[in-house]
Design a protein around this ligand. Sequence first.
Ligand code: GLN
Length: 265
Amino acid sequence: MKHRRETNQIIAHVTKLSEMAIDRGDYVLSQEEQGRVDQLVEMRLRGVPLQQVLGEVDFLDLKLRLTKDVLIPRQETEILAERIIESIDPGEGKVALDLCTGSGCIGLAVKKAFPQLKVILSDISPMAADIAKGNAELNGLDVEVLVAHLFEELGEVKIDYLFCNPPYIPAHEFAMLDKSVKDHEPSIALLGGSDGLMFYRMIEEDAKNCLNQNAQCFFEIGYNQGEGVKEVFSGAAWTNQRVYPDYASHDRFFFLEFSSLPGVK
Ligand code: GLN
């Protein structure tokens, strides 16, 4: 059943017809279409994730292109973007930064919900930044895209909303990941150092110089990292730390604010 469904998705993608039309089974593929379908089915049979085979994915109400250079946006990350959209109320002149943007999914979903908000997408990978830029254009969204290590290219800009789904898989858990993830998704987007918390630590350190007073921060985290990230962000500059679960009741989201008390860094 899964194979049939995926084959239909591939045929629908190649022919630009709806899956329902394909399901009716009365469409005859041209030779060229058949060749393309065979090629994509063969990729899928080699274990390439369906989203990479199709080269695109739906994320909330966005259509996003992707390649093997970016993480495939997950359902959990859709929840994160929805929570951000529910939680913020950006006034005039506010700036949001989506760090480790990958496909651009989080920042673009927020930009779509708040067209007036200035949104910056940033990734250390030039390939990812290219994809994010293409996705912004594809969805008619006007954002700034940076190739940068964390906050390095921001200049004088101060951030009011920080979104980040950093690489958070601990090195020793990498081998246990699903084969389709291990073999086909970029390890640079997955690996978060020996305990998976490396990027949260770097962000905690560097963010303080780049955030505005009362900036709101929204992170995705690993399934057992709630206590760990609370510890990382336990300094006096941070307030209102909250860990939320995903639908599987695992730690998945970490939200907090930057208070920057005078004299406290
Ligand atoms: N922001 C992207 C996503 O959530 C990519 C995250 C990453 O590369 N770690 O899917």
